[in-house]
Design a binder for this molecule. Structure first.
Ligand SMILES: NC(=O)C1=CN([C@@H]2O[C@H](COP(=O)(O)OP(=O)(O)OC[C@H]3O[C@@H](n4cnc5c(N)ncnc54)[C@H](OP(=O)(O)O)[C@@H]3O)[C@@H](O)[C@H]2O)C=CC1
Ligand SMILES: O=C(CO)COP(=O)(O)O
Length: 338
């Protein structure tokens, strides 16, 4: 019989709810921490999170709470599923209640504003005694909630941690692959959000399959180029957390980042789009940070620059496309396996 774990999932949005429910279905003690008491009551009473996943019946053993101390105390595993803008504050609170040596897994695909830090780095600073992992992959929450087959990646240097998380989340429609490349897995999840905005914008303009293929492939080249400059292994970008997640989010209106791009492509204002979305689209902040970081490192990122110009400068989409099409023509594949 597998060990029964006591788990807290912090963040009661779409992804937090889905992973909490999978683990409750797998017979673990799971508490979903959220800040809205009406929603917590609804989950405990009606076993539904109607604000985020109205068609997804939740396991009756899944508990919800607005009390962070109550949610975390005694847990051996904590999942972070809040937006990157809140991760440090939430982690600092977690530090008061968490067991030494507990496992903490970040699911957040974003970058901290100051210092271009990924969430595992933020967690390591705030929770120095925790064993830290990162979960990332092509995981559109609504598809998982609809019981569609999906897979993800758990990344940690701690092999035992990877095995524990694989067993926790594995079920008939969800597979978990392991990686030791925490940085590469996490960076892939954060960067692809930017390209999903671009893909949504391109979809709004009615582009064909050749153009879609070109955009996605050149996005992967650009992401990998940036990652290599930051010291990551480009091979990780060929896995689920890299190209896998890029394909999912650049192809689906279920992606919030794609939807932001789609509305931008129809001429809507960014602030209005974000306000109407009511959920996190991490790529909007990542775009600015990525452009700045690429400039500092001297990495050539024409797609990021073009998207930035469309959103934040008076340049039109046609101006930007013209510039991109007449840029110097270079090599297709930049990396070789020795
Ligand atoms: N959705 C997906 O398919 C996947 C998402 N991710 C990543 O996971 C993260 C969360 O995504 P997702 O669940 O979809 O996002 P949602 O926007 O659906 O939910 C975010 C949740 O975080 C809560 N929250 C925000 N700020 C705070 C705070 N300061 N304290 C407590 N709770 C807070 C929100 O609360 P409230 O409802 O009260 O506003 C909401 O419940 C993102 O970084 C995303 O990139 C990762 C994999 C897949
Ligand atoms: O990361 C995701 C799917 O893997 C979710 O993408 P969005 O945040 O764009 O909805």
């Amino acid at each position: 019989m597998t060990q029964r774990h006591q788990i807290a999932v912090l963040g009661g949005g779409s992804f937090g709810t889905v992973i909490a429910n999978i683990m409750a279905e797998n017979n673990h003690d799971v508490c979903l921490w959220l800040r809205n008491s009406e929603r917590a009551d609804e989950i405990n009473r009606d076993h539904i999170n109607s604000a985020y996943l109205p068609d997804y019946p939740l396991n009756t053993n899944l508990k919800a709470s607005t009390d962070l101390a109550e949610s975390i105390t005694g847990c051996d595993i904590v999942f972070m599923a809040v937006p990157s803008s809140s991760s440090r504050d939430v982690a600092a609170e977690v530090a008061h209640h968490i067991n030494d040596n507990a496992i903490v897994v970040s699911t957040t695909k974003g970058i901290e504003h100051d210092g271009f830090k990924l969430m595992s780095e933020v967690l390591a600073e705030e929770l120095p005694k925790a064993r830290i992992g990162v979960l990332s992959g092509p995981n559109l929450a609504k598809e998982i909630a609809a019981q569609q087959i999906a897979a993800t990646v758990i990344a940690s240097k701690d092999e035992e941690l990877n095995e524990i998380i694989q067993a926790l989340l594995h079920c008939g429609n969800f597979r978990v692959y392991a990686s030791s490349d925490v940085f590469g897995v996490e960076l892939g999840g954060a960067l692809k959000n930017v390209y999903a905005i671009m893909a949504g914008m391109a979809a709004a303009l009615g582009i064909g399959q050749n153009t879609i293929s070109m955009l996605m492939t050149r996005s992967l080249a650009e992401m990998s180029r940036f990652a290599v400059q930051k010291g990551a292994d480009p091979m990780t970008f060929l896995g689920l957390s890299g190209v896998g997640d890029l394909i999912a989010t650049c192809s689906s209106p279920l992606s919030r980042n794609y939807r932001v791009g789609y509305e931008l492509g129809h001429g809507k204002n960014l602030d209005e789009i974000v306000a109407e979305l009511g959920q996190v689209a991490e790529g909007v902040n990542t775009l600015k940070l990525l452009k700045q970081q690429a400039e500092e490192l001297g990495v050539y990122m024409p797609l990021v620059n073009g998207l930035y110009d469309i959103i934040y400068t008076p340049k039109s989409i046609n101006d930007v496309v013209g510039t991109l099409m007449f840029a110097e023509q270079s090599r297709d594949v930049e990396f070789t396996v020795k």
